[in-house]
Every structure is written in structure tokens, then in C-alpha cells.
Design a protein around this ligand. Structure first.
Ligand SMILES: C=C(O[C@@H]1C=C(C(=O)O)C=C[C@H]1O)C(=O)O
Length: 153
């Protein structure tokens, strides 16, 4: 499985998201969008046989870390300006985030259906695979614990 890699990939877009929001004077937190993302993930999770409540908690953790990355990067942008254009949030990045979310659900479902739970041994690999500069140790612990709690329907 490269579930951890896809989780890392989803989070790797968050600096771009933050830069787009700074450039367009938009707030980092978008509650309406979060509802859309949670609803889409609950739907796709149910389709592949995952328990809705536990997957919703896991997606809430991913969104919390996504916002933490954006706030930290936004703070650094006050001192060091970015010399690049972010990819468009609405036409490019958001559809991709939904696609990656669906991929994460499918991979988790395959893993659990094969009888493989997320063990403490895998936590080490998880902590190494999530390699983005603005993800903290506490972020990783929260994400991994939510991952361990995901159940099949
Ligand atoms: C990624 C975004 O930023 C935040 C994080 C979200 C996510 O992880 O899906 C959704 C809404 C925002 O609160 C976004 O606005 O699309």
C-alpha cells in the first residue's frame, strides 16, 4: 500500500492553497468547503465499504492538518515573499483534493478488507512518509490515530 504516500500528496498541495488564498485575500478556513469535502468523502467511503463515522473523523483530521500547514506558511509569507504563481484553487487544486480523497478511501478499504490493520510498527513508516516541512509531530500523531480507528461497515 502507498496509502501514506497519497495522504502526504494531499497535504503537499496546502502551501499552494495558502498562497492562492493570500493572493486573493481569502480566509484559510472555509467551512462551507469543508462540509462539501466531508460529504464527498463520506459518500466515496460508503461506496467502498468503510464505516462513515470513522472515515469522517479521519477526514476532519486531514482538514485540521491542512489548515495548520496553511496558517504556518501564511505566517512565513509575511517575512519571505513567494516568487511563484499558485495553481488555481477552484479549477485545479480542489478537484484534485477530492480525487486524492477518493483514492485514500479506496486504498484504506482494500487494506482493511485484506485484514491488515494499521499497527504501531507502521507508525514509524507513516512518520517518515509524511515529510512536509509544516507538518508537526502532533499533527502526525493525530492523523495516525484517526487512521487506526477507521473501520469497515
Ligand atoms: C484545502 C482547503 O483549505 C481548508 C482545508 C480543506 C481540506 O483539507 O479539504 C477544506 C477547506 C478549508 O478549510 C480549501 O479551501 O480547499
Amino acid at each position: 500500500t502507498d496509502i501514506f504516500g497519497v495522504i502526504n500528496q494531499r497535504l503537499s498541495y496546502m502551501e499552494d492553497v495558502a498562497l492562492y488564498k493570500v493572493n486573493h485575500q481569502k480566509a484559510i478556513e472555509d467551512i462551507e468547503r469543508e462540509k462539501t469535502v466531508i460529504a464527498a468523502s463520506a459518500r466515496s467511503a460508503t461506496l467502498v465499504g468503510l464505516d462513515e463515522k470513522s472515515i469522517t473523523r479521519f477526514f476532519s483530521s486531514q482538514i485540521a492538518v491542512a489548515k495548520a500547514i496553511q496558517y504556518r506558511y501564511k505566517a512565513d509569507l509575511l517575512s519571505v515573499k513567494a516568487h511563484r504563481e499558485p495553481r488555481d484553487l477552484n479549477t485545479h487544486v480542489r478537484p484534485l483534493l477530492i480525487k486524492l480523497g477518493n483514492e485514500i478511501n479506496a486504498k484504506i478499504a482494500n487494506c482493511l478488507k485484506a485484514g491488515n490493520a494499521f499497527t504501531e510498527q507502521q507508525r514509524v513508516t507513516f512518520n517518515e512518509t509524511i515529510n512536509l516541512r509544516y507538518v508537526s509531530t502532533a499533527d502526525k500523531a493525530n492523523l495516525f490515530e484517526a487512521l487506526q480507528k477507521i473501520r469497515l461497515k
